[in-house]
Design a protein around this ligand. Structure first.
Ligand SMILES: C[S@@+](CC[C@H](N)C(=O)[O-])C[C@H]1O[C@@H](n2cnc3c(N)ncnc32)[C@H](O)[C@@H]1O
Length: 387
């Protein structure tokens, strides 16, 4: 890449320069996100509730808010105070347009996260840090942990995304080689084209070993990424794989517990943040992937998911569908879920009958034959229904 190439120099001045260049790159090449169900505000709050995190309000902070998609969704769901920070003027202009209908409830600011102090922000019920941590220089990563650690209020939740596991380590190495291949390109599109030919050349050179199929699969996955992702992520010299256990240790210093991945993950019926994080990193060891890690600040010092702190209740109607599945509609929110699996059906039927705590729900799910452990079934059903 040309003058816009980002070098992670390691001191504050070069970190600021790196961040400014990164922001300009987001101004030059659009990063237009879609709606991601794993980031849905109600789903994250649902995961939090499973671990005793029930924030009083719906205030949301987005560190690196981009085009403001989760913020606007949270505003539509009723958040009172919504703050988005980003270093790209182009991304912020998009976020402003998207959040305009919500008026003064949304505040968007053009800023380098390196220059933000937790005391300037106050505390929030839900903090997003999506698509930022693993492409930021180390000083920004440290600042992010501090901001997240201090800005999540009691009972609040944070979500941080990153690549974890051995395939993420491979990705980091591959990206380094692609940056080498695109070093002298004179524009973003030339850099991406050079990276794609570098990728094709790499594929030709993979040796016949036990790893070959796995490596080729990962190279194909990288190749399927849209140009904008390859540009902002693969050609970013700060890209780094992250290990959940390591990040969880840092978060624990602020009283933030690792709760679960939003999306597929290991069984989480284990009592402490560190054992859950170790289970998540063990799960990632087989190959890993892009993770949506949910952290929470439970009000008590220790929390055991098997302790029935949370009582679930929902006003649901149950309708049998022509294909034999059952549709449940939450009368208050209008949210619906179609259930085909017997264990989830049993669990939701238990909710239709009236409020229930965690143990009662897991017991209900356990009465129906199922391939998955009841606790996992319960978690996936409850997080969908949470409003
Ligand atoms: C991959 S995009 C993700 C945007 C949004 N969170 C989403 O998921 O759609 C990363 C965003 O983080 C912003 N960003 C990265 N480093 C930053 C920094 N040091 N200060 C402020 N914003 C930053 C970028 O400008 C960009 O808009």
């Amino acid at each position: 890449m040309d003058s816009k190439r980002m070098e992670d120099g390691g001191d504050v001045a070069s970190d600021r320069l790196f961040n400014r260049t990164l922001g300009e790159n987001y101004d030059r090449v659009d990063y237009a996100p879609g709606v991601e169900p794993r980031l849905e505000h109600e789903r994250l709050l649902g995961i939090g509730a499973l671990f005793g995190c029930c924030p009083a309000g719906r205030d949301v902070l987005d560190l690196g808010c981009g085009w403001g998609v989760p913020l606007a969704r949270a505003a539509a769901m009723g958040g009172d105070r919504l703050t988005g920070l980003d270093i790209s003027r182009r991304a912020l202009a998009q976020a402003e347009a998207r959040c305009a209908p919500f008026g003064s409830r949304c505040r968007l600011e053009h800023v380098d996260l390196l220059d933000v102090r937790p005391e300037d922000l106050g505390t929030y019920d839900l903090v997003y840090n999506v698509g930022v941590y693993y492409v930021a220089p180390e000083a920004v990563r440290r600042r992010l942990v501090d901001l997240i650690g201090r800005c999540v209020g009691p009972g609040g939740i944070a979500v941080v995304t990153y690549y974890a596991g051995p395939m993420a380590d491979i990705r980091e190495r591959v990206y380094r080689l692609l940056r080498e291949a695109s070093d002298s390109a004179s524009s973003p599109s030339a850099a991406v084209a050079a990276a794609r030919s570098g990728l094709a050349a790499l594929k030709q050179q993979i040796q016949q070993t036990t790893w070959k199929d796995m490596l080729l699969e990962e190279l194909d996955r990288i190749g399927r990424a849209p140009d904008s992702l390859l540009y902002h992520e693969g050609l970013n010299s700060s890209f780094a794989a992250v290990e959940t256990l390591v990040l969880a240790r840092e978060m624990e210093r602020y009283g933030l517990h690792f709760l679960a991945y939003s999306g597929p993950g290991p069984s989480l019926s284990v009592p402490s943040s560190s054992t859950r994080a170790a289970a998540a990193s063990t799960y990632d060891l087989s190959r890993g992937g892009y993770r949506y890690a949910v952290f929470g600040k439970p009000p008590g010092s220790a929390f055991d998911i098997r302790t029935p702190l949370v009582t679930w209740q929902a006003s649901l109607t149950r309708t049998l569908q022509p294909d034999g599945s059952v549709k449940y509609v939450n009368i208050e929110s209008g949210r619906s879920v179609v259930v085909t699996r017997p264990a989830i059906g049993a669990l939701v039927d238990r909710l239709v009958a009236g409020p229930a705590n965690w143990q009662q729900l897991v017991a209900a799910a356990g009465t129906a034959a199922s391939a998955e452990p009841p606790a996992v079934e319960a978690q996936s059903a409850l997080t969908k229904l949470w409003q």
